[in-house]
Design a binder for this molecule. Sequence first.
Ligand code: PLP
Length: 372
Amino acid sequence: MSALAPTYARFPVEFVSGSGTVLRDASGDEYLDFLSGIAVCALGHCHPAVVRAVQEQAGKLMHVSNLFTNAPMLRLAERLVERSFARNVYFANSGAEANEAAIKLVRKARPRGDIVVVHGAFHGRTYGALSATPQESKQAPFAPLVPGFHAVAPSEVASAVDERTAAVLLEPVQGESGVHPLPPDVLRAARDACDRVGAALVFDEVQCGMGRTGSLWAHEQYGVVPDAMTLAKGLGGGMPIGALLIGERLDGVFAPGDHGSTFAGGPVAAAAANAVLDVVDDPAFLSGVHERGERLAEGLRELPRVTAIRSRGLMVAADVDAGAPDLARRALLEQRLVINATGPATLRLLPPLTVSEAEIDDALGRLAALLA
Ligand code: PLP
């Protein structure tokens, strides 16, 4: 019996500390973390710059609500605007919340409009985000969902868009489905279709954004610019923060009173995000993510039982012949390597963006032993 609600099938390991790519459990055993709290600890565990930013801000001012502004939040918004297509930023506390804000924004821009999403997508667990997540097992127990979501195959996105469409919502690189980069022509066709009818193109970069794929935003590699983009996960480097970046087409749609959150954009989480951005938003750092991602993908390709690799930067999936959940469990318990399974035959690796080549080779060695 646990005091925790049984919404997760948790692994039987409790971590007590971490530094960089290494996690330690209560008995002092060390684990190599190739999951980063599901793409959250972008700079690894307890990166000194993030710890310093959090400690300093926590000692100065922790919370004032959104009835006021605060310096770290304002600075973060200005930096995100500067480094993207966005005109302004709405802050949230998580990926699902950022997507809720995006859904409300595009619905307000085109009242009663439909939102086109694609099969395999994952946008979160709250009602709007869940309604945008066309997966029977996740949606069915919670019906009725929010109406007006229209799920199609990626190749059908453009033809699904018409005058009633408020938005197309896509992950440029799908994460939870097992690292599926959408084909560039799907993103380009979605852009054209949205332009044709005046709908909004929204990219969910909650998992693939913040340098994960080797560019600050995954969509930069596609050369397709959205009208809005959601972020969370790696943005705070371990502190809970989400963001909705709002571009020109949707600028001015939200007015005071339309949306809000007590905690969102709090100074401590925003200070952490500024510290993460200091490190990640650097061309040399980002090309290092790309190169180390290639090393990891190449190494995985050589392993027994691996049937396919899909990767963008340090967002990597390896399909195996069978039994991925059991392999992820054995990787943890036998090899002290933290990874996860996104399906029956897919392992996902999301190491910290700061992972070293030696750690990649170490992880590959542990996986080789596991798969032998
Ligand atoms: N969007 C994407 C692409 C995600 O991968 C996730 C989480 O895995 C979410 C949204 C939901 O984020 P959160 O769990 O922070 O609500």
